[in-house]
Design a protein around this ligand. Structure first.
Ligand code: EGV
Length: 383
């Protein structure tokens, strides 16, 4: 067989990005790869699912603008975001947060050619931004949290993009740091864009970001996501939220791509959010904390192995595998149908920085996590 058409060797993979690694895991019973929620429905969530036929009828009968408003109100309120803008057109509902991102990226590219982006972060963000021709400038996570950004950097970009809590690290932009960052962006007339897809997991990310942003005078965009929280079979909403004078053609590009999202999904989100406010969110926090503790305990005494993000509360956990390469461990456990995520591509500017880490998804049943952690333990202890 010639090189160009040769099948990948057993220890190689054709995965070009993190999502392609996640595809490989989709049909496995031990899929600890993607960050989507795959645990069982809670009794409260089961009631929402059981009510779907009635929600269908409600969605048919009621005006969609009313449903959209109620859905957003419930979701933003659940997450402490009472200052979100209620004026017409400021919150655009999309099928997913990646679609919100694509619309944002296309809009930004009409006004700017460069964007500063937190490093590391999930690789579909840099890929979408590069896809519309933007030049990316990395901002190291530590630098972002430690103090002011370099004025020369701010002068060289049209936007600063921050994932908070970050994926995979779980680092959260504090209220004080967000306030200062928004001021810096206002001073340089740079758009501040936040991806808050994981904020539901961490109360530290649930102070009212919109109050801070609105008070800053900067131009801003926020991408919110219902998709990581509930095991809703990919039924989800990505919200694209904008400041009053954002100066980007978001509504136009949104309208190029979609007319709207399903009112059935909006009603489902409203009900899940109501359940969240009724104790479901606290229950979710406990569930993720228990799963994190379970994984950490199972791997605690494996030589050379450690957990990188001590204070993380998001639904993914990074594991440092010592001298071993993450990809080798990924390949070894794949033999037992266990799939995790090698971390190189989170480090979109310098992939080698992720050579020795793996990401484990925690939004899974405790039994799947126990089996997965035991298999990892056996492989890691063997070498
Ligand atoms: C995570 C899947 C996309 C993404 C998963 C994710 N990839 N949308 N291209 O939703 O952390 O596993 O964010």
């Amino acid at each position: 067989m010639t090189g160009a058409t040769a099948a990948p060797r057993q220890d190689e993979t054709a995965a070009e990005n993190l999502t392609q690694f996640e595809y490989l895991a989709l049909s496995s019973p031990l899929n600890l790869a993607d960050g989507h929620a795959r645990q069982e429905l809670t009794p409260g969530q089961r009631k929402v699912v059981d009510a779907l036929p009635a929600l269908w009828t409600e969605a048919v009968e009621r005006p969609v603008d009313e449903i959209e408003r109620e859905s957003g109100e419930a979701f933003f309120t659940m997450l402490g975001q009472r200052g979100y803008p209620r004026a017409d057109g400021r919150v655009l509902a999309c099928y997913s947060s990646s679609l919100s991102m694509e619309i944002f990226a296309r809009a930004l590219a009409t006004r700017s050619d460069a964007i500063a982006l937190v490093h590391p972060t999930f690789d579909n963000i840099p890929d979408i931004l590069r896809g519309v021709g933007l030049r990316l400038v990395p901002i190291e996570e530590d630098r972002l949290h430690d103090g002011d950004l370099d004025p020369a950097l701010l002068a060289s970009v049209g936007c600063v993009f921050v994932t908070t809590p970050n994926n995979p690290t779980g680092r959260v932009l504090s209220e004080q740091r967000l306030r200062r960052l928004a001021e810096e962006c206002a001073e340089h007339d740079v758009v501040l864009t936040l991806d808050t897809s994981f904020r539901g997991f961490d109360p530290a990310a649930q102070y009212d970001h919109y109050a801070v942003l609105e008070g800053s005078g900067c131009r801003w965009v926020v991408i919110e996501d219902t998709g990581k929280l509930w095991p809703s079979l990919e039924l989800k909403i990505g919200w694209l939220v904008q400041s009053a004078e954002v100066g980007l053609p978001l509504a136009k590009i949104y309208s190029d791509i979609l007319l709207g999202v399903s009112p059935l999904v909006l009603l489902m989100v409203k009900r899940f959010a109501e359940d969240g406010m009724d104790g479901g969110l606290t229950e979710l926090h406990r569930f993720i904390a228990d799963n994190r503790a379970l994984v950490r305990a199972e791997l605690a005494d494996v030589p050379g192995v450690g957990f990188v993000d001590e204070h993380s509360r998001v639904s993914v956990e990074r594991l440092h595998v010592g001298e071993r390469k993450g990809l080798e461990v990924w390949n070894a456990v794949r033999g037992s149908s266990l799939y995790v995520l090698p971390c190189q591509q989170f480090h979109w500017a310098r992939p080698s920085e992720g050579d020795h880490t793996l990401r484990i998804a925690l939004s899974r049943t405790s039994s799947a996590l126990t089996s997965g952690a035991r298999l990892l333990r056996a492989v890691l202890r063997a070498g």
